[in-house]
Design a protein around this ligand. Structure first.
Ligand code: BES
Ligand code: MN
Ligand code: MN
Length: 459
């Protein structure tokens, strides 16, 4: 291993320059005007995978953006890792809040700033570099590796389940590895063993066929902005508890063991409030902040639109109002069931004064795995070598829809070893990745493949 690690250390600065090229491609999956950039990014990843020595590299079409596939299967008898990452990124607006342009990666104060730096291009690239170092120095990898990179993660992975079902036999492996999550805190590397699921719905209200003069009609015709606000107010109580009947029926309660373990993590509510400019925290009573975000479901309004929001004043009774509402789910809540419960409830509380329309955008199942498996232990040893610290075990509030599919369709456990940070600004202006964590991540990944080679798997 020493020659591999030396190689990585020597090329440290060069890796950042290479990563900048990947970060320069605006592969925003949500915006049709970037379709060509998304395709260009898939090509870039495929070219890079060929260059580092991966084999059978190709773009596999889906009804949406292609999956980039590549493998290296020259270690018969050794375990096979299926690596998953995504090459698409989130939109960049509001652009004026970026200190440097989102697709011109810039290094300052030990961080590389760009859209996709942490989520997920920078973390995918760590694995490219770890693979390259093994192949350049030893001419081989200690394990078999299959890579799939998705181009639609940020828009709900709508085509990926079918891709996995269709390619089930080609995706045979022993373990899935993903680097697409933050570490617990600066200087506190972690392995994540649970993710929340998601239901995302748009609710449209119509109260009249056209906007109306609020003087002539106000008081006689219901205002959809008002009605929507009243309905939203009935979705949660003041204690942060979701009021949709049946919402909590399938929630697996937190174990005392988890609560005790999380209570020992180095977490300061005061610092958290300060870091994110939050005057006072809010959430379900009787749960800590970590418990609320990792192990409890919730409902959020992601966006609201109605009426006149321009400069000055306009007396108008808006014809329509819209809300984008998402619910984060925990084991064993089912996205389809929750979407139905939500719609039933909202229809029930809606007054007859408005017409309602629901559009379910996408969803994903929650995921949780046991962490006393040899793959997690191997990751733990590798991270310890890469960061000189034993990683802590965490769950996360975010969602990666495919992780439960890997379990259900391929029967595979996943190891989530991410090196982002809670203040990485994912999905926000000034997204960044700590350069030291990027480097530690490459070294940990290189060690991880070596550690995995000694895990006993069924032939
Ligand atoms: N990398 C994130 C998932 C993530 C975020 C994991 C925070 C752990 C902590 C991923 O790219 C993402 O943003 N997922 C979306 C999924 C959605 C579009 C279906 C999310 O969580 O909102
Ligand atoms: Mn991601
Ligand atoms: Mn994301």
């Amino acid at each position: 291993m020493n020659n591999v690690i030396d190689f990585i250390n020597v090329h440290r600065d060069h890796y950042l320059e290479e990563l900048k090229a990947l970060l320069a491609i605006p592969s925003i999956s949500a915006l049709a005007e970037h379709a060509n950039d998304v395709k260009r990014c898939a090509d870039w990843c495929a070219d890079e995978m060929r260059r580092i020595g991966m084999q059978n590299v190709r773009l596999i079409p889906t009804p949406g953006n292609p999956v980039v596939y590549g493998d290296w299967l020259g270690a018969p008898g050794a375990p096979t890792m299926l690596f998953y990452g995504h090459y698409d990124v989130q939109p960049v607006d509001p652009l004026n809040l970026w200190e440097t342009p989102p697709f011109e990666a810039t290094i300052r104060d030990g961080e590389i700033y760009a859209r996709g730096a942490a989520d997920d291009k920078g973390q995918v690239f760590m694995h490219f570099k770890a693979i390259e170092a093994h192949l350049k120095q030893n001419g081989k990898l200690p394990i078999n590796i299959k890579i799939i990179l998705e181009g639609e993660e940020e828009v709900g992975s709508v085509n990926l389940d079918n891709f996995i079902i269709a390619n089930k036999s080609d995706l045979k492996a022993d373990v899935v590895v993903i680097s697409d999550s933050p570490m617990f805190a600066r200087g506190v590397p972690s392995i994540c063993y649970g993710l929340r699921g998601l239901v995302y719905t748009q609710v449209d209200l119509r109260g009249s066929s056209t906007d109306l003069h609020s003087g002539s009609f106000g008081g006689a015709v219901a205002n959809p902005a008002f009605v929507l606000s009243q309905m939203i107010a009935q979705m949660k109580d003041r204690g942060g508890h979701v009021k949709v009947p049946g919402f909590y029926d399938d929630v697996v309660p937190l174990t005392q063991e988890e609560r005790d373990a999380w209570a020992t993590l180095p977490f300061s509510e005061k610092q958290y409030r300060k870091d994110f400019g939050v005057p006072r925290l809010h959430g379900e009573t009787d749960y800590t902040t970590l418990e609320r975000t990792w192990a409890r479901p919730t409902l959020e309004v992601n966006g609201l639109l109605s009426g006149f929001t321009g400069e000055g004043a306009k007396t108008v009774l808006p014809a329509v109002a819209m809300a984008k509402i998402s619910m984060r789910l925990v084991p064993n809540q089912d996205p389809e069931k929750i979407a139905k419960l939500f719609e039933d409830y909202v229809r029930k509380i809606a007054p007859k004064t408005v017409e309602l329309k629901f559009t379910n955008m996408h969803g994903g199942k929650p995921w949780m795995t046991s962490f006393d498996n040899p793959f997690v232990q191997a990751a733990s040893r590798a991270i310890e070598k890469g960061f000189n610290k034993t990683p802590v075990l965490t769950r996360e509030g975010g969602s990666i829809p495919v992780v439960s599919t890997f379990q259900e369709v391929l029967g595979l456990p996943s190891v989530l070893f991410g090196v982002g940070l809670p203040d990485e600004n994912a999905h926000a202006p000034n997204e960044k990745l700590d350069v030291g964590n990027f480097h530690g991540g490459i070294i940990s990944a290189a060690y991880f493949y070596d550690e995995l080679s000694r895990v006993a798997v069924h032939a």
